[in-house]
Design a protein around this ligand. Structure first.
Ligand SMILES: Nc1ncnc2c1ncn2[C@@H]1O[C@H](COP(=O)(O)OP(=O)(O)OP(=O)(O)O)[C@@H](O)[C@H]1O
Length: 658
């Protein structure tokens, strides 16, 4: 920094003093940024509150302390979830004199009994934030605890205690916890719990743990044809019962579904599964970990996919069906009705909403546990095995045929236009299994790492130099004359604007991979602007993605984890690394990671996560896209400001398993 900056009369720093630096206390951060804790403030987020409380009751049941749970929806959007478990502790907490443990749990983030595995073995809860978040986002919360034949209650509003814990007297026949809450309309506006959705949630939990009975109640005014006022769920057959119900009368490829349960070695937990292949079906999948739904699947999913794929290939070998070696997991899974539920210790999820399981050991545990059972399923009845193999091979043939067609199309498209590919492009061989991807990377050094980290068959690399032209404020001529843009357009092969035909796109996925810093974000924005304006169809068809390189690597002893951003880092420090001395390395750029790290964290489809770029609904049509580009990247900053004001709340991280 040059000296003369300090010369002369200092300019006023205005109002920027200690009073402008805020420290959010207690549950205030949750109310300020609910999205960080429950993924937004939409319908899904609202119902997530119910899931958090129900998960706690389920954890109590899975740990063997509760056998009954009651879910009751009342008028006024009031939901009550009761269990007959041990009851949240009510004695004074040693670290917070004068406060009941109940109060600490309800009003402090990261307080819980599930960190050490002492009070719970395989719980769905692990961060110690669930019920405090519910409390923070509720207009009113009342918790009743029946412990040691005494009844206690405490009430809260928007995260604040309304009074000390009260002792209400003896209650000889009751035990457990009842949490009753009304979500805050300041946060969720007038969104209401959907009875059908809660009914389904309650029911699915009963399938996931055969040892629990779940009772459902709702106010008469909320009942409907699909949702009775009262119901009781108990399914001794677990997932197999659930699958049987879902399949109903439909005819399946195999006369019996593939179902079972298996303990993992060394008390590491267990897995339960139920799979059927109905004829003419698109299929569906449901993944769970410790009874928490993980809609985006994850490592337990990988385990099942591997077991089924390897099992069928081996069965093909046994029955001398040579081509069976080319079967992929998608060939086996597509069209299947698949349910998988694991119980493991100390699970890791991608985020607080637990949409995806990331515990690495789950893949191996599940694969090993299921593989033998599947082999027996296939060979125990050869006709059944052959029927399934036949069906899966048909799907494989269809896939290979379509792939060949695409290849031919791609080549003809390239030839017909006599396109030369840009010199900087390192193309993939394209004949690999699965699908092709182009990584657009910033700078030659990152390009070099990416080249070493890639899968040569499916992944192509195009390095671009620094900030490309902002196409939103450039004339058509200027765009045409720009070398970087010309390279990009050539590499895509699908033409631009009116001539853009995504069928000719040379890759299945286009992935923008820039550094996790401000410059990187700027470059990514410029690239997205390019795609929005010049190739909107490519975006609309879902081909465009953002890579998510990590910003930090955290290490304590032998354990290492990557963190996407500061929030993720804080989360890891509070959970996985709690109480440990952590070494934090910050990646200044992609070029700094060695190829193995880059592969693992950002490029390998098995371990990375991507954000799919989508168009907000109101901008879906052609005119809309033009308006969007103009608002975001055009010359008028006021438009940009308005846009951000209007859309800040619907940022949707569409993490996909791509
Ligand atoms: N129904 C219940 N019965 C007994 N203890 C409970 C119950 N609900 C909550 N608790 C206790 O309160 C703690 C905090 O719960 P909270 O929902 O905040 O977090 P968590 O379940 O530990 O983790 P996560 O944030 O992942 O949900 C739990 O760890 C448990 O010790």
């Amino acid at each position: 920094m040059s000296e003369d900056l300090f010369d002369g009369t200092p300019a006023s720093s205005g109002d920027y003093d200690s009073s402008s630096i805020e420290v959010l206390e207690g549950l205030e951060p949750v109310r300020r940024r609910p999205g960080m804790y429950i993924g937004g403030t939409d319908d899904r987020a609202l119902h997530h509150l119910a899931a958090e409380v129900l998960d706690n009751a389920m954890d109590e049941a899975v740990a063997g302390h509760a056998s009954r749970i009651e879910v009751k929806l009342e008028e006024g959007n009031r939901l009550s979830i009761a269990d007959n478990g041990r009851g949240i502790p009510v004695d004074e907490h040693p670290k917070f004199p004068g406060k009941s443990t109940l109060e600490v749990i309800l009003s402090t983030l990261h307080s819980g009994g599930k960190f050490s595995g002492k009070a719970y073995a395989t719980s769905g809860g692990l961060h110690g934030v669930g019920v405090s978040v519910v409390n923070a986002l509720s207009e009113h919360t009342r918790v009743e605890v029946a412990r040691d034949r005494q009844l206690y209650a405490q009430e809260f509003s928007k995260g604040q205690t309304l009074g000390p814990i009260e002792e209400l007297g003896p209650t000889p026949n009751r035990r457990g916890t009842t949490v009753t809450f009304t979500p805050d309309t300041e946060i969720f506006s007038d969104r209401q719990f959907k009875p059908a959705r809660l009914f389904k949630l309650a029911r699915s939990k009963a399938y996931l743990f055969a040892g629990v009975e779940i009772r459902w109640k709702c106010a008469p005014s909320l009942a409907s044809e699909d949702v009775p006022e009262e119901a009781t769920f108990k399914f001794p057959g677990g997932l197999a019962d659930h699958l049987a119900e879902q399949i109903g009368e439909r005819e399946c490829v195999t006369s019996q579904p593939f179902t079972g349960t298996q303990e993992f070695p060394d008390e590491q937990g267990r897995v339960e599964w139920a799979v059927a292949w109905p004829l003419y079906s698109d299929g569906s999948t449901s993944w769970y970990c410790n009874t928490v739904p993980t809609p985006d699947g994850g490592t337990h999913e990988q385990g099942l996919r591997a077991a089924l794929t390897k099992g069928l290939r081996a069965f093909g070998e046994l029955t001398q069906t040579k081509k069976a070696k080319d079967i992929t997991a998608d060939d086996v899974m597509t069209g299947g009705e698949v349910m998988l539920s694991v119980f493991i210790r100390d699970p890791q999820f991608q985020s607080q909403t637990k949409d995806r399981l990331t515990s690495p050991e789950a893949a191996r545990l599940v694969e090993n546990a299921i593989r033998d059972h599947f082999d027996h399923f296939l060979t125990g009845n050869m006709e059944r095995g052959k029927a399934l193999l036949g069906q899966v091979m048909e799907r494989m043939d269809e896939r290979l045929r379509r792939k060949q067609e695409r290849e031919i199309k791609r080549k003809t498209a390239t030839n017909a236009k006599k396109l030369r590919l840009p010199g900087k492009l390192t193309d993939c061989s394209g004949d690999g299994e699965g699908e092709t991807e182009l990584f657009i990377v910033e700078g030659d050094s990152a390009g070099g790492s990416a080249k070493q980290a890639r899968n040569r068959k499916t992944q192509a690399i195009l390095p671009i130099r620094g900030k490309i032209l902002n196409v939103a404020s450039a004339t058509a001529d200027k765009i045409r004359a720009n070398a970087e843009i010309a390279d990009l357009t050539l590499a895509m092969g699908c033409g631009t604007r009116k001539d853009c035909d995504p069928e000719n796109l040379r890759y299945d996925r286009i992935i923008i991979m820039t550094d996790a810093d401000v410059d990187g974000a700027h470059i990514a924005t410029l690239l997205m602007t390019f795609f929005f304006q010049e190739m909107p169809e490519v975006v609309r068809k879902g081909h465009l993605f953002l890579a998510q390189p990590p910003l930090y690597r955290l290490t304590a002893g032998k354990e290492s984890r990557y963190a996407r951003d500061d929030a993720h880092r804080a989360e890891l420090e509070e959970t996985v690394f709690k109480g440990k001395k952590v070494d934090v390395a910050r990646f200044k750029g992609l070029g700094e990671m060695n190829p193995a790290q880059l592969r693992e964290t950002t490029m390998n489809p098995e371990t990375r996560s991507l954000i799919r770029i989508t168009l907000p609904q109101e901008f879906e049509d052609r005119a809309g896209v033009a308006r969007l580009v103009d608002e975001l990247m055009g010359r008028n900053p006021e438009h940009r400001f308005n846009f951000i004001q209007n859309h800040a709340s619907d940022v949707d991280r569409d993490l996909i398993d791509a």
